[in-house]
Structure formats: structure tokens, C-alpha cells
Write a protein that binds this ligand. Structure first.
Ligand code: 1HE
Length: 256
């Protein structure tokens, strides 16, 4: 399924996925969530990294509130599971995903950003969870993912009091790994995506699929999973070639 509110553009081996509903501040309708799922399910195999961006002055205003009124309890549950399925494909899909944040990153927009692997925020970014004041709860995986970024206490405060985090506060709290000047988040995200795309695919796979699972495991299990993943990653021909290149003085050194 394609959708005019979601654009997919390929820049070499980078997929640019753009929320394209600026008149509604990129509010996420059911159709848009399904299009997002479909896009990540069907990325061309040449793609090595993806960037999610939002058209207009805001990244995303969250759930399309005009659709909320139509659902009963059972439909609400199924709707939330639909979001989970879509955002799971962002987090555990084929490639690392970098969010280019600006303006409002609120409600479901913050849930979407939290499913990405790297968040780059420009100075206009602000973060909020207005669900608290709308009489609802998060439903797009936010209760699982957001505390992993900023801690449950900060998320509780945001939902209880409507607290809004500025771009600077958000970076300090752990929402974004990068804070950049106004209007430059997309360029920085593409620059990072190009760098990510040069990694061995198996290393990227380990970071997306093994690392978050290890974080959930008891330490002893985590060490064992790490050892398995390390053994698999280093046995790939790609890894052997990269290490040989370094030993022969043909690979980049780590630079300060
Ligand atoms: C929307 C939505 C939306 C804007 N659903 N239509 N999210 C929220 O509670 C956030 C609600 N939105 C806002 O607080 C503001 O719109 C913004 C801070 C994001 C942007 O403000 P601004 O002044 O730039 O735009 P605006 O004039 O408020 O909105 C422009 C239009 O977008 C307007 O429609 P119009 O027909 O009057 O032009 C708004 O109604 C519309 N719009 N946001 C529907 N969210 C999986 S569960 C997740 C649960 C949640 O995400 S709850 C949080 C929802």
C-alpha cells in the first residue's frame, strides 16, 4: 500500500521516509500508520539505512485525534496493536533508522521517534506527551520505549503535569543523541545514515536486534548472548576483510 501522506525517496542506499501531512502537523492517521508499516516491510534490499523526516514546521503531532472518537474499547486495543506492529518494523526492521526531529515531537510522534535508533533534533524541537491531558494513555509503544530513553520518573512527570521538554532539555534527558542548529536536522541525519550504511550489515543487525534484547536479559544471559553474537559477527567474511585492511594500514584510524 502506498499513501500520499508518506513519501519514500531513495538516495543511493539510504531510504528517506517523509511524513507528508503538514497541514495536520503530520498527525498519524490509521492509513499513515499502515503506510509506514508497509514501507518498512518492503524496503528495497539495496537500502542500508533510513531517515524519517516530517514535512513542514513540525516532525509529528501524534495520533490523529479526529479518528479517536470513532473507536470503542475493543477497536482501541486493536488500534494500539496496529501501532505496535508498525513501530516494531521501524525498530526491528531491516536497517537502522535515524529520526530527523524539529518542532513538535509529541504523543505518538514521540513514540515513533523512540522506535528509531538515532534521534537528531534541531533547536526548534520540543517533546511532550499530551495524552495525560487528553484523557488517554500512550498506545504506540511509548510506555515501553520512552522510559528506556529518559527513565520512568521523567515520563510520569510529563504525562501527569503536561511538562514540555525543550530541544536542549530533551538532549540532556536522553531523547536525542544529537542536537543541531535550526533547520539542519535532516542534513545531519542523512550524513549519519551514510556513515551507518558503511558498516558491516551484520554489525548493524547486532546493534538493532541483539543489543536491546541483551539489555532485557539477566547479566549472565546477556554475556552469553553477547558471546554468540560476537562469534557470528566476527566470522563474517566482511569482518575478516575489514580487520585485515586495518592491520595492513589500509583502513581509517579512530580520529579524535
Ligand atoms: C491535528 C493534530 C492531531 C494538529 N490530530 N489533527 N497529539 C496532541 O495532542 C497534539 C495536538 N496538536 C497540537 O498541540 C498542535 O497542533 C501542535 C503543537 C502540534 C502544532 O501547533 P500549530 O499551532 O502549529 O498547529 P495547529 O493550528 O494546532 O494545527 C493545524 C491543524 O492540524 C489543525 O487543523 P485545522 O483543520 O484547524 O487546520 C489541527 O486541528 C490539526 N492537528 N494536531 C488531528 N494530533 C498511539 S496512541 C498516541 C496518542 C497520542 O498521540 S495523543 C496526542 C495527540
Amino acid at each position: 500500500m502506498t499513501h500520499t501522506d508518506l513519501q519514500l525517496e531513495l538516495q543511493d542506499n539510504i531510504a528517506i521516509v517523509r511524513l507528508n501531512r503538514a497541514s495536520k502537523r503530520n498527525a498519524l492517521s490509521d492509513a499513515l500508520i499502515l503506510a509506514l508499516r508497509n514501507t518498512f516491510e518492503n524496503l528495497p534490499s539495496s537500502v542500508r539505512a533510513a531517515v524519517i523526516d516530517g514535512e513542514g514546521p513540525h516532525f509529528c503531532a501524534g495520533l490523529d485525534l479526529s479518528e479517536l472518537q470513532e473507536r470503542d474499547a475493543g477497536q482501541g486495543l486493536i488500534h494500539s496493536r496496529m501501532w505496535h506492529a508498525a513501530l516494531d518494523l521501524v525498530q526491528h526492521g531491516p536497517v537502522p533508522v535515524i529520526a530527523a526531529l524539529h518542532g513538535a515531537v509529541v504523543g505518538g510522534g514521540l513514540e515513533l521517534a523512540s522506535a528509531c535508533h538515532i534521534r537528531v533534533a534541531d533547536s526548534t524541537t520540543f517533546y511532550a506527551l499530551p495524552e495525560g491531558s487528553r484523557g488517554i494513555f500512550v498506545g504506540g509503544g511509548g510506555s515501553v520505549r520512552i522510559p528506556k530513553l529518559i527513565g520512568a520518573a521523567r515520563m510520569t512527570d510529563m504525562m501527569l503535569t503536561g511538562r514540555v521538554y525543550s530541544a536542549e532539555e530533551g538532549e540532556r534527558a536522553g531523547f536525542a543523541q544529537y542536537l543541531v542548529a535550526e533547520g539542519t536536522a535532516f542534513d545531519k541525519a542523512v550524513e549519519l545514515a551514510k556513515r551507518v550504511a558503511t558498516n558491516a550489515p551484520l554489525t548493524n543487525y547486532a546493534l538493532m536486534h541483539a543489543l536491546p534484547r541483551i539489555a532485557e536479559q539477566p547479566a549472565d544471559h546477556g554475556f552469553f548472548t553477547e558471546a554468540l553474537m560476537a562469534g557470528i559477527a566476527q566470522s563474517a567474511p566482511d569482518a575478516k576483510e575489514r580487520v585485515r585492511a586495518f592491520l595492513e594500514g589500509k583502513a581509517n584510524k579512530v580520529q579524535k
